[in-house]
Ligand binder design. Structure first.
Ligand code: ZN
Length: 300
C-alpha cells in the first residue's frame, strides 16, 4: 500500500521549505519560501501547498518542523505558538492553527531539529538506533534527543543550542545570544562566526583559525550530551557543517575533552561513525515532518 501523502513544512529563520512527500525518494513537490513577517509567510505557505495539491492530490496530514522556542504541549491553549524568539515579529505567533484550520486535515508540530532527528531515525544515520542526538548548526543552533525510540519532550523541548560552554582562553568574543551571551549558540552559531570574524562561514578559508575554535565549542556540546544522555550517535547538520573539515576537528577535540574517561568502543574505536553528518542532508527535517504526519494518521 502506498504511504500517505504528507504536507511537510520546515520553517527556518531565513527560509521555509514546503513539500508534498511520502518518503525521501517520493518527494512530489518542494518549494522554498523566504521567511518574512508571519502573516505573509503563512499566506505563502498556504499558496504553495494549494498549488501543489492541485497537481499531486490532497495531503492526508500536515506536519510542521519549526524554529523555536515553540509550545508543543497539545493540552496547552497556546499549542503550536512560537513563544519568545529573538526573531523580530515572530514572538507569540501561532503557526499551526491557521494552516490546520485552512486545510482541515490532521496536523502536528515539533521543532525543526526534532523533525530532522526523526527523519534520520526513520531513513538515515539513526535508523537502527533507539538513542541518538541531533545538533543543527546554522544561523542559530538547535538540537533534539531520541531516547528509547521517542523524541524527548519535557516541560518543553530540548534547547541544546543554549547550553553553556566554557569560553576558550584565547577567545575574546563575548558571544551573541541576546539572552545568554556566551551560550553555545552565542559562541558557535553561523551568526557568532559572522560577528566574530566579520565574514560568513562559507567565506572563511578551510584552514582559518575559526574552525579550530568552532570545533572546540561543538566538541564541548558533544561532551555535555555524552555526560547527560548519553546518545549512541551524535548527528550534526546545518549550514555551518557544510564545512566538512569540522567533523574530524570536532571528533579529535571531543576525544581530547573526554581524557580517556569513557571507553565505549563506539567512541574509542569508531568515532568516525559516532559523530556524523545527517544521511538525509538538508532534507532531514522535511522527511521528519513526513514521519510525524504519517504517525498521527495512525491515531485516527
Ligand atoms: Zn543562549
Amino acid at each position: 500500500m502506498e504511504a500517505p501523502l504528507i504536507a511537510a513544512i520546515e520553517t527556518g529563520g531565513t527560509k521555509i521549505n514546503v513539500a508534498l512527500a511520502r518518503a525521501p525518494e517520493e518527494i512530489l513537490f518542494q518549494e522554498r519560501i523566504s521567511t518574512t513577517m508571519p502573516e505573509e509567510t503563512l499566506k505563502q505557505i498556504r499558496i504553495a501547498l494549494e498549488k501543489a495539491q492541485k497537481i499531486h492530490g490532497k495531503a492526508q496530514a500536515l506536519a510542521i518542523g519549526t524554529f523555536g522556542p515553540v509550545d508543543l504541549s497539545p493540552q496547552s491553549l497556546t499549542y503550536g505558538m512560537i513563544t519568545e524568539t529573538p526573531k523580530p515579529g515572530w514572538s507569540q505567533t501561532d503557526i499551526l492553527s491557521p494552516l490546520r484550520d485552512f486545510f482541515q486535515i490532521p496536523s502536528i508540530i515539533d521543532t525543526d531539529v526534532n523533525a530532522a532527528l526523526l527523519g534520520e531515525a526513520q531513513w538515515g544515520e539513526a535508523s537502527q538506533l533507539k538513542n541518538a542526538a541531533y545538533l543543527t548548526v546554522g544561523t542559530g543552533i538547535g538540537g533534539g534527543l531520541l531516547m528509547n525510540g521517542k523524541l524527548i519532550h519535557g516541560i518543553g523541548h530540548p534547547e541544546l543550542g543554549h547550553m553553556l560552554v566554557t569560553p576558550h582562553p584565547e577567545d575574546s568574543f563575548a558571544g551573541c545570544c541576546p539572552f545568554h551571551g556566551n551560550c553555545l549558540e552565542g559562541m558557535a552559531s553561523g551568526l557568532a562566526l559572522k560577528k566574530r570574524w566579520g565574514r560568513n562561514a562559507d567565506e572563511l578559508e578551510i584552514d582559518h583559525p575559526a574552525w579550530e575554535l568552532e570545533a572546540e565549542y561543538l566538541a564541548q556540546a558533544c561532551y555535555n550530551l555524552m555526560m547527560i544522555v548519553p546518545p549512541t550517535k551524535i548527528i550534526i547538520g546545518g549550514g555551518v557543517m557544510k564545512q566538512q573539515q569540522l567533523y574530524p576537528l570536532i571528533r579529535e577535540r571531543f576525544s581530547g575533552l573526554l581524557k580517556g574517561y569513557l571507553s565505549y568502543p563506539e567512541i574509542t574505536d569508531h568515532l568516525d561513525s559516532f559523530i556524523v553528518p545527517p544521511h538525509l542532508g538538508e532534507k532531514a527535517a522535511l522527511m521528519g515532518c513526513v514521519v510525524m504526519g504519517q504517525r498521527i494518521l495512525k491515531r485516527f
